[in-house]
Design a protein around this ligand. Structure first.
Ligand code: NAP
Length: 413
């Protein structure tokens, strides 16, 4: 057996070469993603008893590996080393479509040769919380695969826990299948994981960053559930994309200036200006919808810039659900609106196995589109992350081919 294969060359099923291609970040390169991510050849990891090695056909590109490149807010390499792992690099990637190439001795849910997509919820199997059958996303040991763990989907052979594998929707090409699950599963948990605030037919859902990875899937899921999504974007050029992916209406946020941390409530002038902006945004929401109805769910991730407005426009008894603070972490809100109108501010992070499987089933049935934006070559991976950091990436979810030789392969419709 050769100890190394070029990308796209397949070793016999089940045989794993000693070395592989991978895109890595090293601490000495932390900074702009274009420079931080570099292709190297590294030893292929062994897989543990409950793990699989996946021959990656295509990978998605996600914002977490922009953070990994920057080395902030978390140095993921240092964090793993503190936990006893020896590697001085981060081989990332949290979205994957591929073929199970090797499986540990305790793996039962998949077999070598299975075509799978991989969700990125990782936890220790011996975690007492997990063993007790509780939601593993709330366990102490939970990590994001391919961000907080090593050997993700930017590797020729990715290492994952077997429970992360979901059957690949057959109708999808490798790149369609590889691009969506991190954002889709996160959006699903946000929109369906926090009862009673789950999307019901007719519900209005405000979606920030609606042409982005998370936002586009939130539009799709809301439509599939019979809800009415109002999309927020920064450019009219994105409107058609949002309407095509299920938005009932679109707001261009660049018409407003009241963003960021709330002014002091005692500063009547500054607060009045802010309130004027927030009310105008609320009116734009009604105009986009064609009805004076406030959103029962606000789908949040920009964070600092938008949270005050999200809480303000959220319906009485509604929920603002948030999974990130892309624009900053200082969340401010006017508590008067929050308690008097009995709103809920809910944190949410990735998804568990059931949630990943539920949204993948809708994708397999053709009810939710994976929102593939553009397919790139493996060596364009650093530039994809740079585009994302600069908010210049194509609408939806980007994919890179890893072992797939060309786009359009892998589907059996
Ligand atoms: P993305 O594709 O870059 O989309 C983010 C969108 O946010 C952009 O399209 C942009 O749209 C909008 N945006 C940028 N600046 C904004 C501002 N100042 N105010 C309002 N909107 C702004 O990224 P993504 O994949 O959707 O991820 C978004 C965030 O969620 C990232 O921070 C990511 O790390 C995080 N995330 C968290 C989880 C989790 O489980 N916790 C999972 C997935 C992603 P416009 O410019 O058109 O408004």
């Amino acid at each position: 057996m050769a100890d190394f294969y070029e990308l796209g060359d397949r070793p016999p099923l089940g045989e794993v070469p000693a070395r592989m291609h991978a895109f890595l970040v090293r601490q000495s390169r932390f900074g702009q993603p274009r420079d931080a991510w570099r292709r190297e050849v590294i030893p292929t990891p062994a897989c543990g008893p409950d793990e699989v090695l996946i021959y990656v056909m295509a990978s998605g590109v996600n914002y977490n590996n922009v953070w990994a490149a920057l080395g902030a807010p978390l140095d993921v390499i240092a964090e793993r080393q503190r936990g006893g792992e020896p590697e001085d690099f981060h081989a990332g990637g949290s979205d994957c479509a591929g073929i199970v190439w090797a499986a540990g001795k305790d793996v039962e849910n998949v077999r070598v040769g299975d075509e799978v997509v991989v969700h990125s919820g990782w936890w220790r199997p011996d975690d007492p919380w997990v063993r007790a059958g509780k939601d593993p996303m709330l366990a102490e040991s939970t990590r994001i695969w391919g961000y907080q763990t090593n050997y993700g989907s930017y590797c020729q052979f990715a290492r994952a826990q077997a429970h992360q594998c979901v059957p690949k929707p057959k109708r999808l090409t490798w790149e369609e299948a590889g691009c969506f699950l991190l954002c889709a599963s996160t959006a699903w948990r946000m929109l369906m994981g926090w009862p009673p605030h789950v999307v019901e037919p007719g519900d209005v859902v405000l979606v920030w960053g609606a042409a982005g990875g998370l936002g586009s899937l939130a539009l799709e899921i809301t439509r599939a559930r019979g809800g009415r999504a109002v999309a927020v974007v920064s450019d009219d050029a994105k409107k058609k994309f949002c309407l095509d992916h299920g938005a009932a209406g679109v707001i261009n946020r660049s018409a407003f200036t009241h963003w960021g941390i709330l002014p002091d409530a005692d500063d009547a002038k500054a607060y009045g200006e802010w309130a004027k902006g927030a009310r105008a945004f609320g009116k734009a929401l009604w105009d986009a919808l064609g009805e004076r109805v406030n959103p029962r769910i606000v789908f949040e991730h920009p964070g600092e810039a938008t949270l005050p407005t999200s809480v303000f426009v959220c319906a009485t008894g509604g929920m603002v659900v948030i999974c990130a603070g892309t624009t900053g972490y200082n969340a401010t809100l006017d508590l008067r609106y929050h308690w008097m109108r009995q709103k809920r501010l809910q944190g949410s992070h990735l998804s568990n196995d059931e949630q990943a499987a539920a949204v993948t089933a809708l994708v397999a049935e053709g009810k939710v589109d994976p929102c593939l934006s553009k397919t790139y070559a493996f060596d364009e991976l650093p530039e994809c992350h740079q585009l994302m950091l600069d908010n210049r990436h194509p609408y939806g979810n980007m994919a890179v081919l890893v072992n797939a030789r060309r786009p359009g392969e892998g589907a059996s419709r």
